[in-house]
Ligand binder design. Structure first.
Ligand SMILES: *[C@@H]1O[C@H](CO)[C@@H](O)[C@H](O)[C@H]1NC(C)=O
Ligand SMILES: *[C@@H]1O[C@H](CO)[C@@H](O)[C@H](O)[C@H]1NC(C)=O
Ligand SMILES: *[C@@H]1O[C@H](CO)[C@@H](O)[C@H](O)[C@H]1NC(C)=O
Ligand SMILES: *[C@@H]1O[C@H](CO)[C@@H](O)[C@H](O)[C@H]1NC(C)=O
Ligand SMILES: *[C@@H]1O[C@H](CO)[C@@H](O)[C@H](O)[C@H]1NC(C)=O
Ligand SMILES: *[C@@H]1O[C@H](CO)[C@@H](O)[C@H](O)[C@H]1NC(C)=O
Length: 700
């Protein structure tokens, strides 16, 4: 019995020892591998011996916990000049790895992310290269991450945002780039974040700035842009941001004050909107020209050699807010509050008041900052140049920043066709020699929800019609904080260029051109409104003579179709103020706050009257003249009588019907197109009046 007991306990003891030995061996083996790579010439780690016990205290810099497992490796400033072996991942209980102030090279091994107990990782002041392993998101215990002063490249893995215990991140003095992931805003315990002396670009995510525990944020000497979040002011001297030429913000001594050009949403951060410079393409609304008076500018219609040149005039125009605008806003907001009319899922109805939108906006991080980090679709995806491609589409749609830059000669002012608060349009020449118009849109003016933006982009690419400007491609640049839509260039300017022209000018459109332009516009709008050909029915929302471009053959091309689907709601809303002030906005919009096909029909009717009269500004006397077929009072005198009275009467009637006060009385675009089929045919036999034609059709 005694013997049995003894034997039993002996075997248990033996088993334990064997186990311990095996286990100890695994850690020992890992340590030996680590030694071999850290100190290949065995100059500094001679105490780490194959036959030794790591927990004996004899292994230099190795400390074990009470379970005899390696807890800390403390080898800072030991003159180590090797690499970090992946074997370090075998030290499962490691809580501290201190290898700073050595001369370690090579990459941080991916396997390091298996160290889920690690709280302190000090690899700073070495010569490490390569990227920060994305698996770092698994190191759930990590509290301090010191990687500064190496030669690390690549960007901060978004996964870092899941390390809830992180309080210190030091990444300064590396060659890191990319945008600062908004996911860092999830780090509730973050106190110190040093990103200085790298090549980070893009904005400082608002979410990050809002982290309550943050005490120090250093972003000096990077290429950040945009507006510094106002909340960073609380850090006082803890926020360092010098030497980011494109970063701006009010109340930060190291930053310049933002201009309207920086970002149109300056006021998101509490800065009074600056009165934007009125550029040539911007429209200043004269308070007297309210409502039915239209106001066009043609500054870009002729280049010095006299050839009309402007392809696209910045669609949404910065407006000096006039009495008209203010009243309009008040009415709409009042109505909204009272009625809450509108389909919640349609962002195009501009439901948000600008203030609401701003408030919403400031709660979200910059749009596309999240976009940058989605896995499936990455318009700002990395490649050698930090350039994004629109990957979902065939190579035809792919443009890279280099192409955009060279096409526009690095966004030369000479190529600038127009600029608005959120967007600028440049003329460009692609390598194949074709001319394009490149619309740049500030990323923060884009929809904040990635899914919405992608959906909008898909829609834009699905639009194909001979009377729509063709979208050729898309790309985004993180460093510029802009996305680019690349369109075919229309060499003959926009329709506004052919209005209010002087008598005898070569810009006077002859009658048949006017008819074909009107027909083309109708077909284009009709296409948008139809839900055929794999596209949903779409309301343009913002049709005006400026949006109608004229191609080489004098075909009209509608521009910016679907654009509201890409833009943030408050930006869309601000565009409405312009069309309202310009007389294109259907009257019912003011009551309902909604866009329908019939509001496009209204704008179309206005354009028909403009084309017939050759004038931008339509007066009510002109309408009356049109109504009573007093041709001499409403048809453009520049035509010198060179027009068909039947057709003019027909078109006037159609235009008046389209601009009917009540939307239900306006014809659909389909009807308009049908009616127009008969107009402008040279054979007088076919010329029947609208009414007769309608009567015939009714009878059939
Ligand atoms: C490992 O390092 C941490 C942090 O310095 C320390 O608290 C802990 O006591 C160390 N463990 C051992 C076994 O020395
Ligand atoms: C580290 O984790 C990966 C999975 O993430 C696993 O395949 C690998 O075996 C682990 N390595 C070690 C040394 O534990
Ligand atoms: C650091 O290591 C590199 C090689 O990786 C070597 O050229 C350099 O001299 C070392 N520097 C120091 C201070 O040991
Ligand atoms: C980072 O680099 C700058 C410029 O070379 C230097 O002034 C600064 O001391 C460095 N920071 C650290 C932590 O070494
Ligand atoms: C930091 O930025 C300033 C201004 O751009 C520049 O003069 C300086 O050389 C930069 N320092 C480093 C270490 O890049
Ligand atoms: C805007 O106006 C200011 C002052 O009038 C001027 O200094 C600045 O250059 C202008 N900016 C642009 C883009 O025209």
């Amino acid at each position: 019995m005694g013997l049995l007991k003894f034997l039993l306990s002996l075997s248990v003891l033996l088993a334990i020892c064997t186990l311990r030995h095996v286990y100890g061996n695994a850690e020992l083996e890992a340590l030996m591998e680590l030694k071999l790579s850290l100190d290949p010439e065995n100059r500094f780690l001679g105490s780490w011996t194959k036959g030794g016990d790591p927990c004996s205290g004899l292994f230099e810099g190795v400390a074990c916990n009470e379970h005899q497992k390696v807890d800390n490796i403390t080898l800072q400033a030991k003159g180590l000049s090797g690499k970090i072996s992946p074997a370090v991942a075998e030290l499962k209980c490691l809580s501290g790895l201190y290898l700073h102030y050595n001369n370690l090279s090579g990459e941080i091994p991916r396997e390091i992310s298996n160290l889920t107990e690690l709280t302190d990782l000090y690899l700073d002041f070495n010569s490490l290269s390569g990227g920060i392993p994305s698996g770092i998101g698994n190191m759930a215990s990590l509290q301090v991450l010191q990687l500064c002063c190496n030669q690390l490249t690549g960007s901060i893995p978004t996964q870092m945002g899941s390390l809830k215990r992180l309080n210190t991140i030091s990444l300064q003095n590396n060659s890191l780039n990319g945008a600062i992931p908004a996911s860092l805003g999830n780090l509730e315990m973050l106190k110190r974040l040093d990103l200085s002396f790298n090549s980070f670009f893009g904005p400082i995510p608002t979410r990050l700035a809002n982290v309550g525990s943050l005490e120090m944020l250093d972003v000096r000497n990077n290429s950040l842009s945009g507006v510094a979040p106002r909340t960073l002011k609380r850090l006082d001297k803890g926020f360092r941001c010098e030497n980011n030429p494109n970063l701006c913000g009010a109340g930060f001594p190291a930053l310049r004050v933002c201009t309207s050009f920086d970002i149109d949403k300056v006021n998101v951060d509490g800065i009074k909107p600056l009165r934007p410079n009125i550029t040539d393409t911007e429209t200043e609304i004269n308070p007297e020209s309210a409502n039915f008076h239209l106001h066009c500018k043609q500054t870009h219609c002729a280049n010095p050699t006299g050839i009309p040149q402007t392809a696209v005039v910045a669609g949404v125009i910065t407006v000096t807010i006039t009495l008209t605008g203010v009243i309009f806003l008040i009415i709409i907001r009042y109505r909204r509050q009272k009625q809450k009319i509108g389909n919640m899922s349609d962002p195009s109805d501009g439901r948000l008041s600008t203030d609401q939108a701003k408030e919403l906006y400031s709660k979200n991080a910059s749009p596309l900052v999240t976009l940058e980090y989605c896995s499936g679709w990455d318009p700002l995806g990395d490649d050698r140049n930090g350039i994004g491609f629109f990957r979902e589409y065939s190579s035809n749609y792919r443009f890279n920043m280099e192409e955009v830059e060279s096409a526009t000669q690095y966004f030369s002012e000479l190529n600038l066709l127009g600029r608005s608060k959120f967007s600028a349009v440049y003329k460009g020449t692609l390598r194949d020699g074709s001319l394009v118009a490149i619309r740049s849109i500030n990323v923060i003016s884009c929809k904040s929800e990635e899914a919405d933006f992608v959906k909008g982009l898909n829609l834009l690419f699905s639009l194909r019609h001979e009377n729509l400007v063709r979208l050729r491609g898309f790309c985004c640049s993180r460093s510029r904080g802009e996305c680019f839509l690349i369109y075919d260039f229309a060499p003959n300017g926009n329709l506004a260029c052919y209005l209010d022209v002087e008598e005898g000018s070569n810009r006077v459109l002859n009658w048949s051109k006017r008819i074909s332009v009107i027909k083309g516009i109708a077909k284009g709008i009709g296409y948008l409104h139809s839900d055929e050909a794999n596209k949903p029915a779409l309301v343009h929302q913002n049709i005006s003579v400026e949006k109608i471009l004229i191609d080489q053959q004098f075909n009209p091309l509608i521009s910016d179709s679907g654009l509201p689907k890409l833009l943030a709601d408050d930006i869309v809303f601000s565009t409405l103020k312009v069309s309202a002030a310009m007389g294109y906005l259907a009257p019912e919009y003011i009551c309902t706050g909604r866009f329908t096909e019939k509001s496009d029909v209204y704008a179309f009717g206005v354009i028909v009257l403009q084309v017939l009269s050759g004038k931008c500004s339509l007066t009510s006397s002109l309408r009356i003249a049109a109504n009573s077929s007093r041709f001499e009072d409403f048809v453009d005198t520049n035509l010198r009588g060179g027009f068909s009275e039947t057709e003019a009467a027909k078109l006037a009637e159609l235009a008046l019907l389209c601009t009917h006060e009540l939307p239900e009385h306006r014809p659909t675009m389909e009807t308009v197109i049908r009616e127009l089929k008969t107009a402008g045919d040279d054979d007088p036999e076919v010329e029947t009046s609208l009414r007769m034609r309608a009567a015939v059709e009714d009878a059939l």
